[in-house]
Design a protein around this ligand. Structure first.
Ligand code: AHG
Ligand code: MN
Ligand code: MN
Ligand code: MN
Length: 334
């Protein structure tokens, strides 16, 4: 077997990219690594233990919470809280952001984390890949004071780090600190993440499009026209349609093979479905760091100024040339 460095070694060897060298960011990534292993363990037992199905509650998004949504949320919240390395957390599954106060009721930590603890909930019960998405910012209010909403409502271009875990045929942790994208695969026998995908890059072109085409009649005309273009016989088209229904997994595949993911506005979801802070911003940061592109159809995702925690946004993300073409179709209907 090829000898890869471990995630722990990678962090030590690349200390410079974990800027603000107090070690806080390294500790934060280490905590996410730990929580990921715990969630991975539970995801892999699903079906054997009582973790499938709905939890019986509805979250702030209006979605039925699955037991694994609740479990993953608890594990990530507790891991980050107990280890006292962040000052605040916002989660898809929590109504409001959570302030972490230190042992002495103050908190000098610099970072806030925004998280989609379990992405692809509809796939849990059917043994299809799910994921976790995280986004990390430096707080803008003063350390030692409680965090405020504005610490969470920062533009995506202010992210210090972002990444995801995909619980797939193998479990991978993929992240960026703004110095490219690296992917680590978990060896479950020994519980260690190894650098298996150094410096991941999006092919500039691709032949995969990923969209929930069942909603076609509800799509804006620009998206309908682009889909017809994808299906037309010309050059390397028609493209292949692939849609898992877990953003993390769809994005991961497209980043490796080349493709575009679209979750547009629709007459059913006038603002789109995906959440700017927990899903689109971290994935957009990764996309750009890998040489891809992410837009809302008209403008760069990372430049959108968030106005609310659970804000939704249309999402076009993938190989740069494919997103450019999709945007050109959208321009016809400003
Ligand atoms: P979550 O499970 O975190 O609520 O996210 C679901 C998101 C995303 O992962 C996926 O791409 C999309 O919703 C699927 O939506 P549709 O079922 O409407 O296609
Ligand atoms: Mn959800
Ligand atoms: Mn999600
Ligand atoms: Mn989720």
């Amino acid at each position: 077997m090829q000898q890869h460095s471990t995630l722990g070694e990678f962090i030590i060897e690349n200390q410079k990219q974990f800027k603000y060298s107090s070690g806080e960011l390294s500790r934060l990534i280490n905590s996410i690594r730990l929580a990921a292993k715990v969630v991975n363990h539970e995801v892999n037992k699903a079906g054997l233990v009582d973790i499938l199905g709905t939890a019986g509650d509805t979250n702030i998004q209006g979605e039925d919470q699955q037991k694994l949504d609740v479990y993953a949320n608890t594990i990530f919240m507790e891991t980050l809280t107990n280890r006292q390395i962040v000052c605040g957390i916002a989660s898809e599954e929590e109504d409001d952001f959570v302030t972490i106060s230190g042992n002495d009721q103050t908190n000098n930590n610099k970072y806030v984390v925004l998280i989609d603890p379990l992405d692809g909930s509809s796939n849990i019960d059917v043994n299809v890949s799910v994921g976790t998405i995280f986004s990390i910012y430096r707080r803008i209010t003063n350390p030692g004071t409680p965090v405020e909403l504005k610490d969470f409502l920062q533009e995506g271009n202010k992210q210090v780090a972002a990444g995801y875990i995909v619980y797939g045929t193998s479990t991978m942790l993929v992240f960026t600190t703004g110095h490219g994208v690296n992917g680590f695969t978990l060896n479950p026998a020994i519980g260690t993440f190894y650098l298996s995908h150094p410096d991941m890059t999006f092919p500039k072109d691709g032949t995969i499009y990923s969209i929930n085409e069942g909603n076609y009649v509800h799509f804006p005309q620009g998206v309908k026209d682009y889909l017809k273009y994808c299906q037309m016989e010309e050059g390397d088209r028609p493209y292949t349609s692939r849609y898992i229904g877990s953003l993390v997994s769809d994005f991961h595949r497209n980043m490796i093979k080349g493709g575009i993911y679209i979750y547009p506005t629709s007459s059913k979801a006038p603002k789109g479905k995906l959440r700017l802070l927990y899903e689109c911003n971290p994935i957009a940061f990764l996309a750009e760091q890998a040489g891809g592109k992410a837009s809302d159809g008209y403008r760069r995702i990372l430049d959108i100024k968030p106005t609310e925690l659970h804000q939704r946004v249309p999402f076009f993300c993938g190989s740069i040339n494919m997103v450019d073409v999709a945007e050109n179709f959208m321009k016809n209907y400003p």
